[in-house]
Design a protein around this ligand. Structure first.
Ligand code: ATP
Length: 412
């Protein structure tokens, strides 16, 4: 009988389809960004004045597009490339990429900028505005420029006080500076986030807008093949397997156009092949990987098709809140508030509280909502509601489509 050590050794020695799996991980930035060359060009044109006329203006660009369309990868690649080239031309530039979901407040993101610049900031006592001033003085002293990307800017807009967003965006109205050293790239999933801002803020950012469209199947095919060459052994992935993933996800073929999901499917297919001790990743492996990734969602999708309008509106409410706040669970009160707002927007009479509670209970029984009691806080216990499937653009689109369908049949 084999000992655990024997089993471990034999598994460790068994061959793998992967040459370098890390190349498939979500934070890996590939050397080339196929089908985003024009976006890098557009960004260069927008930021050209940092080289041609440094300090004269603070440049602002908004990038928007669905999840997995390469916004993060492209801004990071552009930023690093632009920094290298400007520095070679004798203009000191730093690129700073901030994820607003990770650095959740103006204060935290300001500290992060200081941190990346290796600028010591006293732990206590300074406001965000003061830290910004310290940063600016430091840049002045070194005759330096920074491009700050605020990734997932939607999150900051939806969770921070308007005056914080206002301060960031209208920086040069708030701090006086002869030379403008800070420029921004705002990355959002949804342009309506920016449109929801106060006009005075909006006008400051909406001049340069770059849209990242979801990828088509041929674009995804090229992107995937490029990764396959580096991540897998030569000829380990069959061409029709790659084609299948590209077709499933291509926007033109009804998919979400999401490169991350496509790469994840290939990675899982490779892991399945390894488990089966297969030296090839075949069509069956990608099909299995694809259905595993979609399984949970598809069961729920089926059930949702049968729901009546107000249950759908409640799902939409939780989905909206999850998108806006990136949190998972929301109090009954908050969900009801969002639900009432949606009802108002579409001219529907909202159901009463007891009825809403009943819908929530049923959605929970169907496995669409999870509910739990909050801990005992100052305001007492409340029911927290979350979606039981990971929130995706497809899910949200599907709910919206179902709601539209119900409204159409109701009024025709
Ligand atoms: N054109 C491309 N070429 C190669 N890889 C790409 C390309 N576009 C996206 N990817 C890869 O797909 C994954 C998702 O891309 P990225 O994180 O940049 O998307 P995103 O638009 O920022 O998504 P989110 O809105 O969810 O943050 C990453 O692994 C990235 O390297």
């Amino acid at each position: 009988m084999a000992t655990p050590e024997d089993i471990i050794n034999s598994e460790l020695e068994s061959p793998s389809v992967f040459r370098n799996k890390g190349i498939l991980f979500p934070d890996y930035i590939p050397k080339r960004l196929l089908h985003r060359e024009d976006k890098i060009r557009e960004l260069t044109i927008a930021f050209k004045d940092i080289i041609n006329d440094p300090g004269n203006s603070s440049i602002r660009v908004v990038i928007w597009g669905r999840t997995g369309t390469g916004k993060t990868a492209t801004t990071k690649s552009f930023g690093q490339g632009f920094k290298g080239i400007t520095n070679n031309r004798g203009i000191k530039t730093e690129y700073i990429h901030i994820n607003c979901h990770r650095q959740r407040t103006l204060y935290l993101l300001t500290l992060e900028i200081a941190n990346i610049l290796k600028l010591p900031i006293p732990v206590r006592g300074l406001s965000s505005q003061e830290v910004f001033k310290v940063i600016h003085d430091y840049l002045d002293k070194r005759n330096m420029y920074i491009i700050v990307t605020l990734d997932e800017f939607d999150y900051l807009v939806n969770t921070s006080p308007q005056e914080d967003v206002y301060f960031l965006v209208r920086l040069y109205d708030e701090i006086s500076a002869a030379v403008k050293r800070i420029s921004y790239i705002f990355v959002v999933r949804d342009l309506s986030t920016i449109n929801s801002l106060d006009k005075s803020i909006k006008d400051h950012i909406l001049r340069n807008i770059i849209e990242f469209k979801p990828y088509s199947s041929t674009e995804l095919y090229d992107i995937l093949q490029d990764r396959v060459r580096e991540a897998f052994n030569e000829n380990a992935v069959l061409d029709d397997a790659v084609k299948f993933v590209a077709d499933m996800n291509g926007f033109d073929k009804g998919g979400s156009g999401n490169a991350r999901l496509s790469i994840e499917t290939l990675q899982l297919a490779g892991e399945i092949a390894d488990r089966e001790k297969s030296l090839l990743v075949t069509l069956d492996h990608v099909k299995l990987a694809n259905s595993k990734l979609n399984q949970e969602a598809s069961v729920i999708f089926d059930e949702i098709g049968d729901l009546e309008l107000h249950s759908l509106l409640l799902i939409k409410s939780v989905s909206n809140l999850s998108k806006r706040f990136r949190d998972e669970a929301f109090s009954m009160g908050k969900v009801e508030e969002e639900y009432q707002q949606i009802c108002k927007d579409i001219g529907e009479e909202p159901r009463r509280h007891t009825q809403v509670y009943e819908y929530v209970r049923r959605l929970k029984l169907m496995g669409i909502f999870n509910t739990q009691q909050s801990g005992r806080g100052t305001r007492g216990r409340t029911t927290l509601i979350s979606l039981s499937v990971p929130l995706s653009q497809e899910f949200d689109d599907y709910i919206t489509k179902q709601i539209r369908g119900k409204l159409n049949t109701k009024y025709t």
